[in-house]
Write a protein that binds this ligand. Structure first.
Ligand SMILES: [Ca+2]
Length: 133
């Protein structure tokens, strides 16, 4: 299956619950995760088009490659979209959202040190869609 096909149908992603840990980097398909994780956890998604809603505090969430859709709920979360055309959202406070390469859309509904930053050294035309708190 090509990446675009996977992008069209995220229902084909493996539904995961974190019972075997929160590093899904070795998964053979995209993953779909929706749940709470312990504070301070590092969550790593797959190189495919993942879909996740992660709740917790002091998290590091890395979506890796692929066109990911990730929502983070909590405080002090660092949400890194990795490469790909990501849609990233963080609600809570003091979260930091980084789109990395690709055409990303970031929303940060939190308060405090909220930032939505696109890091892409190779494409200055990349649109930035940021919603201020
Ligand atoms: Ca991914």
């Amino acid at each position: 299956m090509g990446a675009h096909e996977a992008h069209r149908d995220r229902r084909l992603c493996a539904v995961v619950d974190g019972s075997n840990g929160f590093d899904f980097g070795d998964a053979s398909s995209c993953v779909c995760f929706d749940g709470a994780v312990p504070d301070g956890t590092e969550v790593t998604l797959t190189p495919y088009d993942d879909c996740a809603r992660v709740a917790g505090n002091e998290l590091y969430v890395y979506a890796d490659d692929g066109d990911d859709i990730v929502e983070a709920v909590g405080d002090y979360i660092y949400l890194d979209g990795g490469w790909g055309d990501d849609t990233l959202a963080a609600s809570g406070g003091y979260n930091y959202v980084v789109g990395q390469g690709g055409v990303d859309t970031c929303f940060n509904g939190g308060e405090g040190g909220c930032t939505c930053e696109i890091k892409d050294c190779g494409d200055e035309d990349e649109p930035l869609a940021a919603v201020a708190p």
